[in-house]
Design a protein around this ligand. Structure first.
Ligand SMILES: Cc1ncc(COP(=O)(O)O)c(C=O)c1O
Length: 393
Protein backbone atom coordinates (compact mmCIF):
# COMPACT_ATOMS: atom_id res chain seq x y z
CA UNK A 1 0.00 0.00 0.00
CA UNK A 2 3.01 2.29 0.27
CA UNK A 3 3.19 5.02 -2.35
CA UNK A 4 6.10 7.39 -2.89
CA UNK A 5 4.16 10.44 -3.97
CA UNK A 6 0.93 11.99 -2.87
CA UNK A 7 -1.26 9.99 -5.22
CA UNK A 8 -4.42 10.82 -3.34
CA UNK A 9 -5.71 13.77 -5.35
CA UNK A 10 -8.32 14.77 -2.80
CA UNK A 11 -5.69 15.00 -0.05
CA UNK A 12 -3.27 16.82 -2.37
CA UNK A 13 -5.80 19.55 -3.14
CA UNK A 14 -6.87 19.79 0.52
CA UNK A 15 -3.25 20.33 1.58
CA UNK A 16 -2.72 22.92 -1.18
CA UNK A 17 -5.82 24.81 -0.04
CA UNK A 18 -4.82 24.59 3.65
CA UNK A 19 -1.33 25.83 2.80
CA UNK A 20 -2.64 28.98 1.10
CA UNK A 21 -4.09 30.12 4.42
CA UNK A 22 -0.66 30.09 6.08
CA UNK A 23 1.42 33.28 6.32
CA UNK A 24 4.16 33.52 3.66
CA UNK A 25 7.80 34.43 4.14
CA UNK A 26 10.19 35.15 1.24
CA UNK A 27 13.29 32.95 1.07
CA UNK A 28 15.63 35.93 1.51
CA UNK A 29 14.14 36.69 4.94
CA UNK A 30 14.89 33.27 6.37
CA UNK A 31 17.57 33.10 9.06
CA UNK A 32 19.26 29.81 9.96
CA UNK A 33 19.16 27.59 11.87
CA UNK A 34 15.52 26.97 11.08
CA UNK A 35 13.26 23.91 10.85
CA UNK A 36 11.83 23.21 7.41
CA UNK A 37 9.16 20.72 6.43
CA UNK A 38 8.04 19.27 3.12
CA UNK A 39 4.25 19.16 3.39
CA UNK A 40 3.86 16.93 0.32
CA UNK A 41 6.06 14.30 1.96
CA UNK A 42 4.33 14.73 5.32
CA UNK A 43 0.91 14.33 3.69
CA UNK A 44 2.19 11.26 1.83
CA UNK A 45 3.45 9.82 5.12
CA UNK A 46 0.05 10.46 6.71
CA UNK A 47 -1.78 8.93 3.75
CA UNK A 48 0.50 5.86 3.71
CA UNK A 49 0.09 5.37 7.45
CA UNK A 50 -3.71 5.45 7.21
CA UNK A 51 -3.67 3.02 4.26
CA UNK A 52 -1.14 0.67 5.80
CA UNK A 53 -3.16 0.43 9.03
CA UNK A 54 -6.57 0.31 7.35
CA UNK A 55 -5.42 -2.74 5.40
CA UNK A 56 -5.38 -4.54 8.76
CA UNK A 57 -8.55 -2.97 10.15
CA UNK A 58 -6.57 -0.57 12.36
CA UNK A 59 -7.25 3.12 12.91
CA UNK A 60 -4.51 5.77 13.19
CA UNK A 61 -4.61 7.95 16.30
CA UNK A 62 -1.47 10.07 15.70
CA UNK A 63 0.49 11.37 18.65
CA UNK A 64 0.64 15.16 18.26
CA UNK A 65 3.76 15.44 20.44
CA UNK A 66 5.80 15.06 17.25
CA UNK A 67 4.63 18.29 15.59
CA UNK A 68 2.75 20.23 18.34
CA UNK A 69 0.85 22.06 15.62
CA UNK A 70 -2.83 22.58 14.86
CA UNK A 71 -2.04 22.81 11.15
CA UNK A 72 -0.29 19.43 11.09
CA UNK A 73 -3.13 17.92 13.12
CA UNK A 74 -5.66 19.17 10.56
CA UNK A 75 -3.51 17.63 7.82
CA UNK A 76 -3.48 14.27 9.66
CA UNK A 77 -7.24 14.34 10.14
CA UNK A 78 -7.73 15.24 6.46
CA UNK A 79 -5.61 12.18 5.60
CA UNK A 80 -7.97 9.94 7.57
CA UNK A 81 -6.61 9.87 11.12
CA UNK A 82 -9.28 8.92 13.65
CA UNK A 83 -8.77 10.65 16.95
CA UNK A 84 -5.58 12.12 18.42
CA UNK A 85 -3.09 11.24 21.12
CA UNK A 86 -1.74 13.91 23.46
CA UNK A 87 0.84 13.74 26.25
CA UNK A 88 0.38 17.09 27.99
CA UNK A 89 -2.58 19.11 29.16
CA UNK A 90 -1.49 21.92 26.87
CA UNK A 91 -1.61 19.56 23.89
CA UNK A 92 -5.11 18.51 25.01
CA UNK A 93 -6.21 22.15 25.31
CA UNK A 94 -4.77 23.15 21.93
CA UNK A 95 -6.26 20.19 20.05
CA UNK A 96 -9.63 19.94 21.86
CA UNK A 97 -11.75 21.53 19.12
CA UNK A 98 -10.04 19.66 16.25
CA UNK A 99 -11.18 16.14 17.14
CA UNK A 100 -14.05 14.53 19.01
CA UNK A 101 -11.79 11.79 20.32
CA UNK A 102 -8.60 12.66 22.21
CA UNK A 103 -6.53 10.24 24.28
CA UNK A 104 -4.34 11.70 27.02
CA UNK A 105 -1.60 9.05 27.18
CA UNK A 106 -0.21 10.23 30.49
CA UNK A 107 -1.61 9.30 33.91
CA UNK A 108 -3.08 12.10 36.05
CA UNK A 109 -2.07 12.70 39.67
CA UNK A 110 -3.58 15.16 42.15
CA UNK A 111 -2.61 18.83 42.34
CA UNK A 112 -4.86 21.90 42.32
CA UNK A 113 -3.69 23.44 39.06
CA UNK A 114 -3.44 20.10 37.22
CA UNK A 115 -6.94 19.13 38.38
CA UNK A 116 -8.48 22.40 37.23
CA UNK A 117 -6.84 22.06 33.84
CA UNK A 118 -7.81 18.41 33.52
CA UNK A 119 -11.42 19.29 34.38
CA UNK A 120 -11.28 22.07 31.77
CA UNK A 121 -9.87 19.68 29.15
CA UNK A 122 -12.59 17.14 29.97
CA UNK A 123 -15.25 19.78 29.38
CA UNK A 124 -13.58 21.17 26.24
CA UNK A 125 -13.10 17.94 24.37
CA UNK A 126 -14.05 14.31 24.33
CA UNK A 127 -11.02 13.17 26.29
CA UNK A 128 -10.14 9.61 27.29
CA UNK A 129 -7.49 9.53 30.00
CA UNK A 130 -4.82 6.88 30.64
CA UNK A 131 -4.61 5.56 34.20
CA UNK A 132 -2.19 3.09 35.76
CA UNK A 133 -2.80 3.37 39.52
CA UNK A 134 -5.80 3.57 41.87
CA UNK A 135 -4.69 7.15 42.60
CA UNK A 136 -4.80 8.12 38.92
CA UNK A 137 -8.35 6.68 38.73
CA UNK A 138 -9.40 8.71 41.78
CA UNK A 139 -7.79 11.83 40.30
CA UNK A 140 -9.70 11.36 37.06
CA UNK A 141 -12.92 10.82 39.00
CA UNK A 142 -12.38 14.02 40.99
CA UNK A 143 -11.68 16.01 37.80
CA UNK A 144 -14.74 14.50 36.11
CA UNK A 145 -16.94 15.48 39.08
CA UNK A 146 -15.54 19.01 38.88
CA UNK A 147 -16.30 19.04 35.15
CA UNK A 148 -19.77 17.60 35.74
CA UNK A 149 -19.30 14.79 33.22
CA UNK A 150 -18.51 11.08 33.04
CA UNK A 151 -14.94 10.69 31.78
CA UNK A 152 -13.77 7.61 29.90
CA UNK A 153 -10.57 6.06 31.23
CA UNK A 154 -8.16 3.63 29.59
CA UNK A 155 -5.89 1.37 31.61
CA UNK A 156 -2.25 1.60 30.57
CA UNK A 157 -0.53 -1.78 30.56
CA UNK A 158 3.21 -2.46 30.36
CA UNK A 159 4.21 -4.77 27.53
CA UNK A 160 7.97 -4.80 28.10
CA UNK A 161 9.22 -1.22 28.07
CA UNK A 162 9.07 -0.87 31.84
CA UNK A 163 8.02 2.78 31.86
CA UNK A 164 4.35 3.34 32.75
CA UNK A 165 1.48 0.85 32.83
CA UNK A 166 0.49 -2.07 35.02
CA UNK A 167 2.21 -5.37 34.19
CA UNK A 168 -0.39 -7.94 35.33
CA UNK A 169 -3.93 -8.82 34.21
CA UNK A 170 -5.07 -8.70 37.87
CA UNK A 171 -3.98 -5.07 38.21
CA UNK A 172 -5.60 -4.19 34.87
CA UNK A 173 -8.89 -5.77 36.02
CA UNK A 174 -8.81 -3.85 39.29
CA UNK A 175 -8.30 -0.48 37.55
CA UNK A 176 -10.89 -1.28 34.87
CA UNK A 177 -13.40 -2.18 37.59
CA UNK A 178 -12.61 1.03 39.48
CA UNK A 179 -13.23 3.04 36.31
CA UNK A 180 -16.39 1.14 35.49
CA UNK A 181 -17.95 1.13 38.95
CA UNK A 182 -16.73 4.44 40.38
CA UNK A 183 -18.64 7.69 40.14
CA UNK A 184 -17.51 10.00 37.31
CA UNK A 185 -15.70 7.51 35.06
CA UNK A 186 -16.34 4.71 32.60
CA UNK A 187 -13.98 2.03 31.31
CA UNK A 188 -13.16 2.38 27.61
CA UNK A 189 -10.22 0.08 27.07
CA UNK A 190 -6.48 -0.35 27.38
CA UNK A 191 -3.37 1.22 25.93
CA UNK A 192 0.14 -0.15 25.55
CA UNK A 193 3.34 1.31 24.09
CA UNK A 194 5.97 -1.00 22.57
CA UNK A 195 8.69 1.62 23.04
CA UNK A 196 11.34 -1.01 23.80
CA UNK A 197 11.20 -2.30 20.20
CA UNK A 198 13.40 -0.16 17.94
CA UNK A 199 14.67 -2.22 15.05
CA UNK A 200 17.10 -4.58 16.72
CA UNK A 201 17.81 -8.21 15.97
CA UNK A 202 14.32 -9.64 15.75
CA UNK A 203 11.55 -7.05 16.13
CA UNK A 204 8.93 -9.48 14.77
CA UNK A 205 9.44 -11.93 17.62
CA UNK A 206 9.43 -9.08 20.12
CA UNK A 207 6.16 -7.79 18.65
CA UNK A 208 4.62 -11.27 18.89
CA UNK A 209 5.62 -11.30 22.57
CA UNK A 210 3.85 -7.95 22.98
CA UNK A 211 0.81 -9.46 21.28
CA UNK A 212 0.80 -12.40 23.72
CA UNK A 213 0.91 -10.01 26.70
CA UNK A 214 -1.90 -7.90 25.26
CA UNK A 215 -3.99 -11.03 24.60
CA UNK A 216 -3.54 -12.22 28.17
CA UNK A 217 -4.82 -8.91 29.50
CA UNK A 218 -7.70 -8.61 27.02
CA UNK A 219 -8.80 -12.20 27.74
CA UNK A 220 -8.69 -11.63 31.50
CA UNK A 221 -10.68 -8.40 31.22
CA UNK A 222 -13.24 -10.06 28.97
CA UNK A 223 -13.63 -12.97 31.38
CA UNK A 224 -14.22 -10.43 34.16
CA UNK A 225 -17.03 -8.83 32.15
CA UNK A 226 -14.87 -5.81 31.24
CA UNK A 227 -14.16 -6.37 27.56
CA UNK A 228 -12.16 -3.38 26.24
CA UNK A 229 -13.71 -1.46 23.35
CA UNK A 230 -10.37 0.25 22.62
CA UNK A 231 -7.01 -1.53 22.46
CA UNK A 232 -4.60 1.27 21.61
CA UNK A 233 -0.95 0.62 20.82
CA UNK A 234 1.83 1.25 18.40
CA UNK A 235 4.84 3.38 17.64
CA UNK A 236 6.72 4.43 14.53
CA UNK A 237 9.51 1.81 14.75
CA UNK A 238 6.84 -0.92 14.97
CA UNK A 239 4.41 0.65 12.48
CA UNK A 240 5.09 -1.97 9.80
CA UNK A 241 4.54 -4.71 12.44
CA UNK A 242 1.31 -3.27 13.87
CA UNK A 243 -0.81 -6.11 12.45
CA UNK A 244 1.09 -8.64 14.59
CA UNK A 245 -0.83 -7.44 17.65
CA UNK A 246 -4.14 -8.94 16.65
CA UNK A 247 -6.18 -7.52 19.52
CA UNK A 248 -5.20 -3.91 18.70
CA UNK A 249 -7.87 -1.57 17.36
CA UNK A 250 -5.65 1.45 16.69
CA UNK A 251 -2.06 2.69 16.47
CA UNK A 252 -0.70 5.91 17.99
CA UNK A 253 2.44 6.42 15.85
CA UNK A 254 3.54 10.07 15.82
CA UNK A 255 7.08 10.32 14.43
CA UNK A 256 5.99 8.82 11.09
CA UNK A 257 4.52 12.17 9.99
CA UNK A 258 8.07 13.54 9.44
CA UNK A 259 10.42 10.62 10.15
CA UNK A 260 14.01 11.16 11.32
CA UNK A 261 17.42 9.49 11.35
CA UNK A 262 16.24 7.05 14.03
CA UNK A 263 13.11 5.96 12.21
CA UNK A 264 14.77 5.40 8.83
CA UNK A 265 17.32 3.23 10.62
CA UNK A 266 14.43 0.83 11.32
CA UNK A 267 12.14 -0.45 8.56
CA UNK A 268 9.54 2.16 9.50
CA UNK A 269 10.52 4.70 6.88
CA UNK A 270 12.77 5.30 3.90
CA UNK A 271 14.98 8.15 2.76
CA UNK A 272 12.15 9.44 0.57
CA UNK A 273 9.88 9.78 3.63
CA UNK A 274 12.10 12.31 5.43
CA UNK A 275 9.94 15.45 5.64
CA UNK A 276 11.77 17.53 8.28
CA UNK A 277 15.23 19.02 8.39
CA UNK A 278 17.16 21.82 10.02
CA UNK A 279 18.43 24.32 7.49
CA UNK A 280 21.82 25.45 8.74
CA UNK A 281 24.76 27.59 7.57
CA UNK A 282 28.48 26.83 7.62
CA UNK A 283 29.99 29.49 9.90
CA UNK A 284 33.58 28.34 10.45
CA UNK A 285 36.30 26.29 8.74
CA UNK A 286 39.13 27.59 10.89
CA UNK A 287 40.08 24.18 12.30
CA UNK A 288 41.49 21.79 9.68
CA UNK A 289 39.46 18.67 8.92
CA UNK A 290 36.09 20.07 9.93
CA UNK A 291 33.49 22.74 9.37
CA UNK A 292 31.17 24.26 11.94
CA UNK A 293 27.45 24.82 11.41
CA UNK A 294 25.19 27.30 13.20
CA UNK A 295 22.87 24.46 14.34
CA UNK A 296 23.82 22.98 17.70
CA UNK A 297 21.96 21.20 20.48
CA UNK A 298 19.49 24.10 20.69
CA UNK A 299 18.25 23.29 17.18
CA UNK A 300 18.87 19.55 16.80
CA UNK A 301 18.61 18.31 20.43
CA UNK A 302 21.43 16.22 21.86
CA UNK A 303 19.81 12.82 21.52
CA UNK A 304 21.96 9.77 20.95
CA UNK A 305 21.34 7.85 17.72
CA UNK A 306 19.08 4.95 18.64
CA UNK A 307 20.16 3.02 15.57
CA UNK A 308 23.53 2.65 17.31
CA UNK A 309 26.62 4.60 16.37
CA UNK A 310 27.84 8.16 16.57
CA UNK A 311 26.38 11.50 15.50
CA UNK A 312 23.57 13.84 16.47
CA UNK A 313 22.10 14.02 13.00
CA UNK A 314 23.30 13.71 9.43
CA UNK A 315 23.07 15.66 6.23
CA UNK A 316 20.01 15.03 4.10
CA UNK A 317 21.90 15.53 0.86
CA UNK A 318 25.09 13.71 1.95
CA UNK A 319 23.76 10.89 4.17
CA UNK A 320 27.25 9.64 5.05
CA UNK A 321 28.20 12.96 6.69
CA UNK A 322 27.32 13.16 10.38
CA UNK A 323 27.03 16.01 12.83
CA UNK A 324 29.78 14.51 14.96
CA UNK A 325 29.89 16.97 17.86
CA UNK A 326 27.54 19.56 19.27
CA UNK A 327 27.71 22.64 21.43
CA UNK A 328 24.61 24.71 22.05
CA UNK A 329 24.98 26.82 18.90
CA UNK A 330 27.67 24.86 17.04
CA UNK A 331 27.40 21.60 15.11
CA UNK A 332 30.67 20.10 13.90
CA UNK A 333 31.07 18.05 10.74
CA UNK A 334 34.34 16.12 10.63
CA UNK A 335 35.27 15.79 6.96
CA UNK A 336 37.51 13.38 5.13
CA UNK A 337 40.43 14.83 3.26
CA UNK A 338 39.64 15.11 -0.43
CA UNK A 339 35.93 14.43 0.13
CA UNK A 340 32.92 16.72 -0.15
CA UNK A 341 33.40 20.00 1.70
CA UNK A 342 30.91 22.85 2.02
CA UNK A 343 32.20 26.42 1.87
CA UNK A 344 31.75 29.18 4.43
CA UNK A 345 28.23 30.61 4.20
CA UNK A 346 26.87 27.55 2.38
CA UNK A 347 23.56 26.15 3.63
CA UNK A 348 23.07 22.46 4.40
CA UNK A 349 20.05 20.39 5.47
CA UNK A 350 20.38 18.27 8.63
CA UNK A 351 18.16 15.32 9.56
CA UNK A 352 18.03 15.16 13.38
CA UNK A 353 18.28 11.85 15.21
CA UNK A 354 14.89 12.41 16.86
CA UNK A 355 12.50 14.83 15.23
CA UNK A 356 10.04 15.29 18.15
CA UNK A 357 12.60 16.84 20.48
CA UNK A 358 13.96 19.01 17.68
CA UNK A 359 10.48 20.38 16.86
CA UNK A 360 10.04 21.19 20.54
CA UNK A 361 13.05 23.54 20.30
CA UNK A 362 11.67 25.57 17.39
CA UNK A 363 9.65 28.80 17.34
CA UNK A 364 7.84 27.70 14.19
CA UNK A 365 8.20 25.41 11.19
CA UNK A 366 8.69 26.66 7.65
CA UNK A 367 6.98 24.70 4.92
CA UNK A 368 8.57 24.75 1.48
CA UNK A 369 6.15 26.85 -0.58
CA UNK A 370 4.73 25.08 -3.61
CA UNK A 371 3.85 28.38 -5.26
CA UNK A 372 7.13 30.24 -5.41
CA UNK A 373 10.48 30.88 -3.89
CA UNK A 374 9.66 31.08 -0.20
CA UNK A 375 8.08 29.37 2.75
CA UNK A 376 4.79 29.13 4.61
CA UNK A 377 4.86 29.56 8.38
CA UNK A 378 3.41 26.82 10.60
CA UNK A 379 2.76 27.73 14.25
CA UNK A 380 3.57 25.33 17.09
CA UNK A 381 0.69 26.14 19.43
CA UNK A 382 1.08 23.11 21.68
CA UNK A 383 4.70 23.77 22.67
CA UNK A 384 5.29 24.63 26.32
CA UNK A 385 3.34 23.79 29.45
CA UNK A 386 1.31 26.87 30.26
CA UNK A 387 -2.48 26.85 29.79
CA UNK A 388 -3.51 27.65 26.25
CA UNK A 389 -5.94 30.41 25.42
CA UNK A 390 -7.49 30.05 22.01
CA UNK A 391 -6.97 33.33 20.04
CA UNK A 392 -10.71 33.31 19.32
CA UNK A 393 -11.57 33.36 23.05
C1 LIG B 1 2.51 6.67 24.92
C2 LIG B 1 3.04 6.88 23.53
N1 LIG B 1 2.27 6.54 22.49
C3 LIG B 1 2.69 6.72 21.23
C4 LIG B 1 3.94 7.25 20.95
C5 LIG B 1 4.35 7.47 19.51
O1 LIG B 1 5.48 6.76 19.15
P1 LIG B 1 6.45 7.24 17.97
O2 LIG B 1 7.08 8.52 18.40
O3 LIG B 1 7.44 6.14 17.88
O4 LIG B 1 5.64 7.41 16.76
C6 LIG B 1 4.78 7.60 22.02
C7 LIG B 1 6.12 8.14 21.77
O5 LIG B 1 6.85 8.56 22.63
C8 LIG B 1 4.32 7.41 23.34
O6 LIG B 1 5.08 7.73 24.40
Amino acid sequence: MKTDSLSDQRLASTVTAMERDLPRIPANQVETPVAVVDLRRAATNAHNTVERLAAHGLAWRPHVKTHKSRFMTRLQLAAGARGLTVATLREAEVMADLSHDLLLAHPPVPGRVRMERLAGALVAGNLTVAVDSPLSVRTLQAAAREAGITAPGAVEVDVGMGRAGVPTPEQAIRLAADLSEGEGTSFRGILFYPGHIRGGEDPETEMRQVSARVDRIVDALTAAGLAPEMVSGGSTPTLHLSHLVEAATEVRAGTCIFHDRDSVSTDAGGEEDLAYWILSTVVSDAVPGQVVLDAGSKALAKEAFRGGGPGFGRLLDHPGILVDRLSEEHGILELEEGGWRPSLGQRVRIVPNHVCVSVNLQDQLLAVDQEGDGFRVISLEARGRLPWQSPSN
